[in-house]
Design a protein around this ligand. Structure first.
Ligand code: NAD
Length: 398
């Protein structure tokens, strides 16, 4: 037992602790959203979510268990609490998710460890065989700065850098809360290939190959992997940069997986291009927190903003589980970023972007909303949580 009052320990885009009650409330809020958006049905689906503890992966897991009656197996890399040190937000989210799944009467299995390793892949396969038999859906939602290659042992680090020419633009200094200029040097060839090794599609191919080999995929099983494109103002650092190359590589792998699945089990694989949202991964990308602060203000004012659970609800209702199946663009991608990239939104963002400074930050952008959204990720500033009260932080996954 370790009852204590938990206050946030935040510096810049890093928060080193989490509030278990706030995290549980976040999971509950997501479940309530999807419950009222999608009439609950018992599909009997079994789903594997890789990167299931925060952001888009957690939203996918909550939506599947809540409105589709799905049994889920979630893979993630999170720290449990140790003594007075709290667990990570993803750990507490997953703890809360297990309670939620119990109430829903669906199975929840969690594997905490490095998804890139063979060890965790085989543990997952054993668990699927023992508890679920086979899975109908794989959601691939990993965001990682590092991958140790399971076959060569090479330690790859991803970087967020432009390609071809250096990049200089506005960003928020999250510590000083000022709009400042950043300059990022162009990536070397090695940095490009290393980023592809971490965030590209090889790992997903390894997952699917092992799952096929071990007969863990049901006939007609589907795979969906998440990606991002964004507007022109972020292209140099994102889509045309190192991470964009990795996402192109992910798309190539997904296209090959689609062919393999369709031949072997009549299944499919898709990339879903999602909108920019506040997550731990997006907070670490230069420029993106400032961009999101502007984007949210504009999309909120038009009543078209979406958070991860709203996006995932749309992914399932309008695409993956709709009567007509996924609607794809000319590159075979599902586009949930249609509202973010509508001309009226991108034009307005561009205009604000050219004017934004530290002085008008709170007027032209909703930086407070960004900050609250960021704190919410760790269970802080969540409504109806009594932060002055002691809470049990030594909670452990089954
Ligand atoms: P996130 O940081 O919230 O979640 C990352 C997940 O990956 C967590 O569950 C974490 O535990 C897990 N993880 C990281 N390294 C791992 C490892 N080695 N082994 C096992 N699990 C590991 O990230 P997110 O923003 O939700 O991103 C998920 C996906 O969505 C990414 O592919 C990202 O590019 C994509 N996406 C994000 C945004 C955005 O704005 N955040 C927009 C569009 C697409």
């Amino acid at each position: 037992m370790a009852k204590q009052v938990v206050h946030p320990k935040i510096r810049g885009f890093i928060c080193t602790n989490a509030h278990p009650v706030g995290c549980a409330k976040n999971v509950e809020t997501q479940a309530n959203y999807v419950r009222q958006a999608v009439p609950s049905r018992q599909t009997g689906l079994n789903a594997l979510i890789i990167g299931a503890s925060t952001g888009y992966g957690l939203a996918s897991r909550v939506a599947l268990a809540t409105s589709y009656g799905a049994n889920t197996i979630g893979v993630f890399f999170e720290k449990p609490p140790v003594g007075k040190k709290t667990g990570t937000a993803g750990y507490y989210n997953s703890f809360a998710f297990h309670k939620h799944a119990d109430r829903q009467g669906v199975k929840a299995l969690s594997i905490n460890g490095d998804a890139f390793s063979d060890k965790i892949k085989f543990e997952t396969i054993d668990s699927i065989k023992k508890e679920l038999g086979q899975v109908d859906l794989i959601v691939y939602s990993l965001a990682s700065p590092r991958r140790i290659h399971p076959r060569t042992g090479e330690d790859y680090r991803s970087v967020l850098k432009p390609i071809g020419k250096p990049y200089s633009d506005k960003t928020i200094d999250l510590v000083k809360e000022e709009v400042v200029n950043i300059s990022v040097k162009t990536a070397t060839k090695k940095e490009i290939s290393d980023t592809i090794a971490v965030m590209g599609g090889e790992d997903l191919t390894f997952w699917v190959d092992y799952l096929l080999e071990h007969d863990c995929l049901k006939p007609g099983a589907q795979v969906v992997a998440y990606s991002y494109i964004g507007p022109e103002i972020t292209h140099q650092i994102y889509t045309s940069g190192t991470i964009g190359r990795a996402k192109d590589n992910l798309q190539q792998h997904v296209d090959n997986i689609d062919k393999k699945l369709s031949q072997e089990i009549g299944g499919n694989a898709f990339v879903s291009v999602n909108k920019a949202v506040i997550t731990q991964a997006s907070a670490a990308i230069p420029v993106i927190p400032l961009y999101i602060s502007i984007l949210y203000k504009i999309m909120d004012s038009k009543g078209i903003n979406e958070n991860p659970i709203a996006q995932i609800t749309r992914l399932f209702t309008e695409h993956l589980f709709s009567d007509h199946g996924p609607e794809l663009d000319d590159q075979r991608r599902i586009r949930l970023d249609d509202r973010e990239l509508s001309i009226e939104v991108t034009d307005q963002v561009k205009q604000v972007w050219s004017q934004i400074t530290t002085e008008n930050l709170h007027h032209l952008a909703d930086y407070n909303r960004y900050k609250t959204g960021f704190r919410n990720l760790f269970g802080f500033d969540v409504e109806n949580v009594k932060y002055d009260q002691e809470v049990e932080t030594n909670l452990f996954l089954p």
